[in-house]
Design a protein around this ligand. Structure first.
Ligand SMILES: NC(=O)c1ccc[n+]([C@@H]2O[C@H](COP(=O)([O-])OP(=O)(O)OC[C@H]3O[C@@H](n4cnc5c(N)ncnc54)[C@H](OP(=O)(O)O)[C@@H]3O)[C@@H](O)[C@H]2O)c1
Length: 278
C-alpha cells in the first residue's frame, strides 16, 4: 500500500491518458509530460492528424518514454470503456497519473439561423458528447477499471469564452459550462480517494482546431487582435500551456481541486478599453 488516502500504489511506470493526443494542445501536453515528470503516454485520436501524431510519438520516445496511440471516437461511453480496457491490459491497474481531456469538436453556428449554420439537435448533442459528457464517461471508466494511480490528476480544458461571447460559439461555451460543473462534481466525488480534478482555462493558442474554423486571412487578424488584447502583447503558445500542465501534474499543485485555473494571461482584461479606444 502506498499510504495515500486512495490506498495502493502502482509499481510499474506511470501513464498519461490524453484524449486528443495527436494534435495541438493534447500533442504538446503529451510531449511535455513525457519529459517531466516522465510519464508514458496513451493517446486517443481518430486518425486525422497522422503527421503531427508521428511527431508527437517521436518526441515522447525521444524523452525515453513509451507511447501508444489508440484510434477511436472518444466521445461515447462505449469507447471510454474499451479504451480503459486496452489501457489496463497495457499498463496494469493504478497506472494513470494524469488524464487530460483535449478533444475539440464543437459545431459553430447560431440557434435561429436557417440552413447549414443552424445549431440543430444533432449538432447540439454531438458537441456536448465530445466537449463535455465524454469527460464523465472516461472518468467513470477509469474508476471502474481501477486505473487511477494514487493522487491522480484529471484535467479538462476551458477557454475564456465564458467571460465574453463571440458569434457562432454558443455551443462551445455551453458545453464548456457543463464541463466545468462536471469537473467540480467529480472533484468532490474523487477527492476522498486522493485524486484531483480541475479545469485549466487558457486563451487562444494556434492549433489545427482554429485553422479548421478560420480562413488564413481571419487567422492573421486573430493573431493581431490577440497581440492587442493580451497584456503580454502576443498570443499564448501550446508549449506554454503544456509546460504548465507539467506543473499541475506535480506534487506542489496537489491542493488544486475543483478549480478553474486561469492561465489566460489576462486575455479579456482590456476588452472594454479596446472597444472605447479602438
Ligand atoms: N486552441 C485554442 O485556442 C484553445 C484555447 C483554450 C482551450 N482549448 C481547448 O483545448 C482542447 C484541444 O483543442 P486544440 O485546439 O488543441 O484542438 P486540435 O488541435 O484540433 O486537436 C484536437 C485533438 O482531438 C482529437 N479529437 C477530436 N475529436 C475527437 C474524438 N471525437 N475522438 C477522439 N479524438 C478526437 C483530434 O484528432 P482526430 O480529429 O484525428 O480525432 C486531435 O488530436 C479543446 O478542448 C479546446 O476547447 C483550445
Amino acid at each position: 500500500m502506498g499510504g495515500t488516502p486512495g490506498g495502493g500504489s502502482s509499481s510499474g511506470p506511470q501513464w498519461a491518458l490524453i484524449l486528443g493526443a495527436s494534435s495541438g494542445t493534447g500533442a504538446a501536453i503529451a510531449e511535455a509530460v513525457a519529459r517531466r515528470p516522465g510519464l508514458d503516454v496513451f493517446g486517443v485520436h481518430r486518425g486525422r492528424y497522422a503527421d503531427s501524431a508521428a511527431r508527437m510519438e517521436q518526441a515522447v520516445r525521444g524523452a525515453g518514454r513509451r507511447v501508444e496511440l489508440w484510434q477511436a471516437d472518444a466521445s461515447t461511453p462505449e469507447s471510454a470503456e474499451a479504451g480503459a480496457e486496452a489501457l489496463r491490459r497495457l499498463a496494469g491497474p493504478r497506472s494513470v497519473k494524469l488524464f487530460v481531456h483535449s478533444i475539440a469538436g464543437a459545431s459553430m453556428g447560431h440557434f435561429l439561423s436557417r440552413g447549414e449554420d443552424r445549431l440543430h439537435a444533432r449538432r447540439i448533442r454531438r458537441t456536448f458528447d465530445t466537449m463535455a459528457h465524454s469527460f464523465v464517461y472516461w472518468a467513470q471508466a477509469l474508476v471502474e477499471a481501477d486505473l487511477l494511480a494514487p493522487e491522480a490528476r484529471l484535467l479538462g480544458l476551458q477557454n475564456p469564452l465564458d467571460e465574453t461571447l463571440l458569434p457562432n460559439t454558443a455551443l462551445v461555451s455551453a458545453s464548456k459550462a457543463a464541463l466545468e460543473m462536471y469537473v467540480r462534481h467529480l472533484a468532490v466525488e474523487l477527492g476522498p480517494l486522493g485524486h484531483r480534478v480541475n479545469l485549466l482555462k487558457f486563451g487562444t493558442v494556434m492549433t489545427p482546431a482554429l485553422k479548421h474554423v478560420y480562413s488564413p486571412e481571419a487567422l492573421a487578424r486573430l493573431e493581431q487582435a490577440h497581440a492587442r488584447m493580451n497584456p503580454a502583447g502576443r498570443m499564448c503558445t501550446v508549449e506554454e500551456v503544456a509546460r504548465f500542465v507539467t506543473v499541475l501534474a506535480g506534487e506542489d499543485a496537489a491542493w488544486f481541486n475543483g478549480a478553474t485555473i486561469d492561465f489566460s494571461g489576462g486575455m479579456t482584461l482590456k476588452l472594454l478599453d479596446l472597444v472605447l479606444n479602438p
